[in-house]
Design a protein around this ligand. Structure first.
Ligand SMILES: NC(=O)c1ccc[n+]([C@@H]2O[C@H](COP(=O)([O-])OP(=O)(O)OC[C@H]3O[C@@H](n4cnc5c(N)ncnc54)[C@H](O)[C@@H]3O)[C@@H](O)[C@H]2O)c1
Length: 241
């Protein structure tokens, strides 16, 4: 119940499948979730387009003025369009980079101004696609690989702060929810595609948003006080093969 007691935790992409599960888990564990997503999204405390530096400054300023502290940040906002390097036009490449990588950079950069006051933990949601490639994931692979190594630089900088700010990356494979559902809307045989994807996973199923959220609770809590700069794969054994 109290693993995150009284911790103030900002979550981006909090209207999404994984982001909303993280916000719920934060509250269930006694924390205060500050839920953010694009303007007009359901159930958010602050509109925050992660690609907008102005939005970050406004939201961090508001949290500083009200709570006076920030103990955790989860960068969960993301988009995952398919496309090989030849199919991906430059505008789409730039958009994926802007949301997935620039958005995470801006979150780490501006979140740190508050996080380092009392120490804290940043969790960057990357993907198994930040570790292994896919022929039709050119922009997504590049953006999530960038998040993976940005995380390590932030962790090393955060370790020099007093009190320290930790930073780790989480790498899920296919997780049930809107992002996976969107993929099945554009493939010709969704049921067969899903069955094939499940067969590739040693535990033979997609993950659940709540399972990713539980990993984030550990990383946000003081239980992980000696953990920073690390990669947490949550993939049913996919990348063990
Ligand atoms: N679902 C999966 O299978 C899966 C697997 C591996 C990694 N991930 C990663 O997990 C994270 C969360 O994914 P999800 O499953 O919740 O996806 P989702 O599509 O359900 O939610 C993503 C959320 O990000 C928000 N968003 C998009 N652009 C934004 C922007 N510019 N500013 C702020 N918010 C923005 C959307 O409005 C949405 O609510 C993403 O970074 C994704 O790449 C997901």
């Amino acid at each position: 119940m109290g693993r995150l007691r009284d911790k103030v935790i900002l979550i981006t992409g909090a209207a999404g499948g994984i982001g909303s599960a993280i916000a719920e888990a934060v509250v269930r564990n006694g924390g205060l979730a500050v839920a953010t997503d694009l303007a007009g999204s359901a159930g958010v405390d602050h509109p925050l387009d992660v690609t907008s530096e102005e939005d970050w400054l406004r939201v961090i300023g508001a949290i500083g003025a009200t709570a006076g502290r920030l103990d955790g940040l989860v960068n969960s906002a993301g988009i995952a369009p398919l496309g090989t390097v030849e199919e991906t036009d430059y505008a789409l490449w730039r958009k994926v980079m802007a949301v997935n990588l620039d958005g995470t950079f801006l979150g780490c950069k501006h979140g740190l101004s508050l996080l380092k006051r009392s120490g804290g933990s940043i969790v960057n949601i990357s993907s198994v696609s930040g570790i292994v490639g896919g022929h039709n994931l050119a922009a997504y692979n590049a953006s999530k690989g960038g998040v993976r190594l940005l995380t390590k630089s932030v962790a090393l900088h955060g370790a020099r702060q007093s009190p320290p700010v930790r930073c780790n990356s989480v790498h899920p494979t296919f997780i049930e929810g809107p992002m996976s559902d969107a993929l099945f809307k554009i493939v010709p045989k969704p049921a067969e595609t899903k069955a094939r994807m499940e067969r590739q996973i040693p535990l033979h199923r997609f993950g659940k948003p709540a399972e990713v959220a539980e990993m984030c609770v550990y990383l946000l809590s003081d239980e992980s006080a000696f953990v920073t700069g690390a990669e947490f794969v949550i993939d049913g054994g996919l990348t063990a093969q």
